[in-house]
Design a protein around this ligand. Structure first.
Ligand code: SER
Length: 330
């Protein structure tokens, strides 16, 4: 009989995705059943006060085990990660957090016979030699960043633990994620979030990739939907495990600027590519996500126009209230 998901631990819960995912899971599974874990950054007041919070670093297996036992955790969503741009500044740290942290999590799942581990992967697994348009699920994976190397390793590890130990491990390749709550940190796709804040704040933005740089992107509500849908999918219907492509939209930096200009006509963008350009150029422009659609019913809701309207509305309201950039811990 399939094991149940009842007590969830979210590592990296203070980050861009973790912070919103944790709150949604608490609404769905009960506040006391979702334990948020962080390593360094103070959690927001809402995250801290809406349910249990623990300081637990994925690279510290003993602490992770203590937290699992304390709460009777059966499912771990491993959101803790060092992203692509930060990873290039400190590749060893990226490997340590992304790979050692995942092995620690998978080992806990094996030892404590957990119901499931979900660990996101990324479009960063792709690199030279794969088709960049409608990039298939199965293709050559030759990433050029340590982030990508660590995520390919993570996918293989998840699949290995499924095969070798019967651990239920799953993952999906997030595209760039755009959101209005917690700022992303250290990623190559961060420009697609920053641009909205700057459009509201200064009506100007200097973009760190070229105007024609096209990448796959997704709005946060779809990202959360995808994550929870995969987590809740029946294991027996899955042919893939750690490596689902999930697409939603694909646009160039110039097209994103144009979508914002429809709402803020005086908005101006210039382009000053830095080291992140090379990373962006090595990634797909769009994804073939037919496996996710077929195996667990993936279907995104937001396109660039709907996302832009929602982002500008949310950030506009916060700016008017003098709280555009939420202060950590508030
Ligand atoms: N948003 C990530 C990054 O830019 C991609 O998964 O590193």
């Amino acid at each position: 009989m399939a094991k149940k998901i009842q007590k969830i631990m979210v590592t990296g819960s203070v980050g861009q995705i973790g912070s919103e995912l944790t709150l949604d899971l608490r609404r769905k599974y009960g506040a006391e059943n979702v334990v948020a874990c962080g390593r360094k950054t103070a959690p927001s007041k809402e995250l801290k006060e809406s349910g249990p919070f623990e300081w637990a670093d994925v690279t510290d297996p003993e602490k992770m085990k203590d937290v699992c036992k304390k709460y009777g955790i059966d499912t771990i969503i491993n959101m803790a990660a060092i992203l692509s741009a930060t990873g290039e500044k400190n590749p060893q740290l990226a490997w340590h957090v992304n790979v050692t942290g995942l092995i620690n999590t998978l080992e806990l799942a094996r030892e404590l016979e957990l119901t499931q581990v979900l660990c996101p992967s990324s479009i960063a697994v792709f690199g030279a030699g794969c088709p960049q348009v409608d990039t298939p699920q199965e293709t050559v994976l030759r990433p050029t960043t340590m982030y990508g190397v660590s995520k390919v390793t993570g996918e293989l590890l998840c699949d290995y633990y499924v095969r070798r130990y019967g651990v239920d491990a799953r993952g999906l390749r997030y595209p760039g994620i755009i959101s209005a709550e917690t700022l992303p940190g250290g990623g190559t796709t961060d420009y697609a979030v920053e641009i909205y804040y700057k459009a509201i704040e200064e009506k100007r933005y200097t973009c760190f990739v070229k105007e024609d740089t096209r990448l796959p992107m997704m709005y946060m509500p779809d990202c959360i939907q995808a994550t929870i849908d995969l987590m809740e999918a029946d294991f027996d219907t899955l042919e893939h495990h750690g490596d689902f492509n999930v697409g939603a939209m694909s646009f160039s930096a110039g097209e994103l600027a144009a979508a914002i200009k429809k709402h803020i006509p005086e908005f101006a963008v210039d382009y000053e590519p830095d080291f992140r350009q090379k990373i962006a150029d090595s990634w797909p422009q769009s994804l073939d996500d037919s496996a996710a659609r077929k195996e667990w019913g993936w279907k995104p809701s937001y396109d660039i126009a709907a996302m832009t309207e929602d982002m500008l509305k949310k950030l506009g309201q916060r700016h008017a209230a003098g709280n555009l950039y939420k202060q950590p811990g508030s």
